[in-house]
Design a protein around this ligand. Structure first.
Ligand SMILES: Cc1cc2nc3c(=O)[nH]c(=O)nc-3n(C[C@H](O)[C@H](O)[C@H](O)COP(=O)(O)OP(=O)(O)OC[C@H]3O[C@@H](n4cnc5c(N)ncnc54)[C@H](O)[C@@H]3O)c2cc1C
Length: 508
């Protein structure tokens, strides 16, 4: 039964909304409902981790030699104007300043064994296997820089070849829209086994699109896929399975745009979004969400990190139950499918993969992680105006898988390695490791998300659960028709606000 029954502005009982997950999607939904002008919603946040997840993996690094401390956002959560239109409007509304970041890209081919070595900042641009450095926009290099024309013939030819491929790929994204293909879609494993499918048209895959526009394979393999697969944290093959429309829309939306991060760190965004929300259940894992007569039942468990406390809690009462009026699942699709049964048929076709980020410091560098309890992030962030940072794209071309990892060089020799695997090889000088789940896209999962968000007669006929049915919604970076990035978090949170009659302040 509800434990608290606040009153809305009109004297009515407030509607109790449980939001499960405290990433950007969960916190944005909470912010919007909590600030409803008619004060109709009481928001409760559930999070299995000991702190809000938006900033949970970020760390503060102290340099004992200089006495300085810097916040490092993990993941970096970069964005641009254009593609991230709603995120930018929200940041503007929250008063979050943007920090422009500049990167020098180093492309290298490495063996699996070499993945355990991290070149020093001085050696990164000449590391073994490196085949190209991309420091500025190609047109600037070609037209303005006198140094470029003084380079070796091979470099000049290679750059001209890349420039032509690059221009062709970008032009194609603007000129040739991805095709729609009639496809058989299986909505779950059971129906696939029974041969039960629904036929609908789906977008061609990125692989089919590249074939159609005849993009040279060398350019795709060595330059395009390393970058795109890092943006999506997956292997090259998984990237090629993405719907082509995801990539073409992303290219159009980010074309000639500067890259930004939230100045001072994402902790400011988190603090602003969560301000004033009192009912927060950290270390509480939701195990089941069920529609019942009185509302939506949530079953949850304490997941205190302390083993003894966890054992005691498990022995005392396996789980607690509470009924809410509305529930928002701000979790990855595999978790949503596991805890809310009706969503399973649509969500189980959406692939997810593990990703690992590791922070590494040179030995005897004097760098160490400041324990969270003793440090309140102050706003000094590792990205600074004017400093171009090196991002090395290291690709392993093995027979079983072709995949790229990045080494991002920050100040003081600090390096953040991001690998699209759950068990990345251990590195010397590791200060911190964080693991994430990344949602991928396929043409089939795109169709499933479309059915979920925009029910048609077909999906009604199939009796599928769709967003908002049973007073349960999904939000997240995967809950929109685009790349699985921060913009999807904001767009899906705004959709729930609209469904619940709440005005979105940055849309005014
Ligand atoms: C390495 C990496 C780099 C990235 N870089 C960028 C970038 O530069 N730009 C960009 O736009 N995007 C980037 N992304 C993507 C983006 O950061 C994520 O897609 C986005 O943050 C996901 O937010 P979310 O709110 O949907 O979900 P999440 O942040 O995943 O939040 C879900 C939360 O739900 C909690 N939870 C799960 N199950 C339960 C349960 N049963 N009970 C209670 N709580 C539960 C989890 O603990 C988690 O905190 C990156 C992602 C990764 C992994």
């Amino acid at each position: 039964m509800p434990s608290r029954q606040g009153k809305a502005a009109d004297g009515e009982r407030k509607t109790r909304v449980a939001i499960i997950g405290t990433g950007l999607a969960g916190l944005t939904t909470a912010y919007l409902l909590h600030r409803d002008s008619q004060k109709r919603y009481d928001v409760t946040l559930f999070e299995q981790a000991p702190k809000f997840s938006l900033d949970a993996a970020s760390i503060t690094i102290k340099n004992t030699k200089t006495g300085t401390a810097e916040r490092i956002d993990i993941p970096p959560r970069s964005f641009c104007r254009g593609y991230y239109a709603n995120l930018c409007r929200m940041y503007d509304h929250l008063g979050v300043p943007f920090q422009h970041i500049q990167l020098i890209w180093v492309f290298a081919r490495i063996s699996a064994a070499a993945q355990t070595q991290v070149p020093s900042p001085e050696d990164v641009q000449t590391m073994p296997g490196s085949y190209f450095i991309y420091g500025k926009r190609l047109h600037e290099m070609l037209l303005i820089s006198p140094h470029f024309w003084r380079g070796s013939v091979q470099t000049i030819l290679q750059t001209l070849y890349l420039a032509i491929c690059h221009i062709w790929f970008f032009a194609a994204c603007f000129l040739f829209a991805p095709r729609m293909i009639k496809a058989e879609t299986y909505l779950d494993v059971k129906s696939a086994a029974k041969g039960k499918s629904s036929s609908a048209s789906s977008c061609e895959s990125f692989r089919q699109y590249l074939d159609r526009i005849r993009l040279p394979q060398t350019y795709a393999l060595y330059y395009l896929l390393p970058v795109l697969s890092i943006i999506c944290s997956c292997s090259h093959a998984e990237m090629l399975d993405f719907p082509a429309s995801d990539v073409t829309e992303f290219v159009k939306g980010s074309f000639l745009r500067k890259t930004y991060v939230a100045r001072g760190g994402i902790n400011r965004v988190q603090a602003t979004l969560a301000a004033g929300i009192e009912d927060v259940r950290l270390e509480t894992r939701v195990t089941k969400v069920d529609r019942v007569d009185e509302g939506v039942l949530i079953r949850s468990q304490s997941v205190n990190g302390d083993a003894a406390a966890a054992a005691a809690a498990a022995a005392a009462a396996a789980s607690s139950e509470e009924v809410f009026d509305r529930v928002v699942l701000a979790v990855s699709p595999n978790v949503a499918a596991a805890i809310f049964n009706p969503s399973k048929p649509l969500l189980s076709v959406i692939p997810t993969v593990p990703v690992t980020s590791t922070v590494v410091a040179p030995l005897a560098s004097g760098l160490s992680v400041v324990p969270e309890k003793t440090h309140v992030p102050s706003g000094e962030c590792s990205y600074r105006r004017g400093d171009a940072q090196v991002m090395a794209f290291r690709t392993t071309f093995s027979e079983s898988v072709v995949q790229t990892e990045t080494l991002h060089y920050l100040s003081d020799g600090l390096v953040v390695r991001t690998s699209p695997v759950g068990d990345a090889p251990e590195l010397k000088g590791t200060l911190d490791t964080a693991r994430f789940t990344r949602t991928l896209r396929t043409t089939e999962s795109r169709s499933a998300v479309q059915k979920l968000l925009a029910p048609t007669k077909d999906s009604d006929g199939e009796g599928l659960w769709t967003n908002g049915k049973d007073d349960v919604w999904v939000v997240g970076s995967w809950c929109w028709d685009g790349m699985v990035l921060l913009e999807g978090c904001v767009v899906s949170a705004m959709r729930v606000a609209r469904d619940l009659g709440v005005e979105v302040p940055w849309e005014r």
